[in-house]
Design a binder for this molecule. Structure first.
Ligand code: URA
Ligand code: SF4
Length: 214
């Protein structure tokens, strides 16, 4: 794929400007079959940026991130962890829905390394504008997008990490005092055998995030 960079405005002044530009992105082939670009949303001066994987079926139809079941669970966990929703911005590593058609059902497929790399310029430009204090990495795809292919959620979850030391291509991310915290993806909670325990684990990790920006 050619990558998203060519569609990113050189000196964006707002998230809205980025979002409009991303609507036309053809940086990889995912734009061909998805309904629309699903850009990040939230507070323009968010202290915390959440980074997920990619839009799901419902997000693809509505054009907004985390509006389906995983989003509902995430909002509940944010609330239980005591994070003020006014401090939040939520986005995805890949901004088009990747799926496989089975009959007339659209089955979620993980984005590949090429999609993650192609889409990274949007994430970089979101960070450059938002200058968050903390980035919460939701699951393995976001971890690989931000921290490199060897990232493992289970090894790093719930710990505050300094950003530049751990980030892949730290020069990509022009943010000085940023911290990162990884946790499991809310979809993993929905799929877990022991949902209660998985949910409590997510909330515990998010409490660390809440304390870090308090
Ligand atoms: N899962 C994600 O990672 N992102 C969304 O927007 C929805 C579900
Ligand atoms: Fe562009 Fe990202 Fe969509 Fe690919 S997934 S077309 S890089 S916005």
């Amino acid at each position: 794929p050619v990558g998203a960079q060519r569609w990113v405005p050189p000196h964006p002044r707002s998230i809205d400007e980025l979002k409009s530009a991303a609507a036309d992105c053809q940086g990889c082939e995912l734009h061909e079959s998805a309904t629309q670009t699903v850009f990040g949303r939230g507070a323009p001066h968010a202290k915390i940026v959440f980074v997920g994987e990619q839009p799901g079926d419902i997000e693809d139809r509505q054009g907004l991130p985390f509006v389906g079941p995983a989003g509902r669970l995430l909002r509940e966990a944010v609330d239980d962890a005591g994070i003020d929703p006014a401090d939040l911005y939520i986005t995805n590593s890949v901004k088009h829905f990747r799926f496989e058609l089975r009959g007339n059902r659209r089955i979620h497929q993980n984005p590949g390394p090429a999609h993650i790399t192609a889409c990274r310029p949007w994430l970089v430009s979101e960070f450059a504008l938002l200058k968050p204090e903390l980035v919460v990495i939701l699951g393995a795809t976001a971890g690989k997008a931000l921290l490199g292919p060897s990232f493992r959620v289970t090894r790093s979850r719930g710990q505050l990490m300094p950003w530049p030391a751990s980030a892949q291509h730290p020069e990509d991310f022009p943010v000085a005092e940023i911290q990162a915290l990884a946790t499991i993806h809310p979809s993993a909670v929905l799929r877990a055998d022991d949902r209660e325990t998985a949910y409590r684990g997510l909330v515990d990790d998010l409490r660390v995030a809440a304390a870090a920006v308090a």
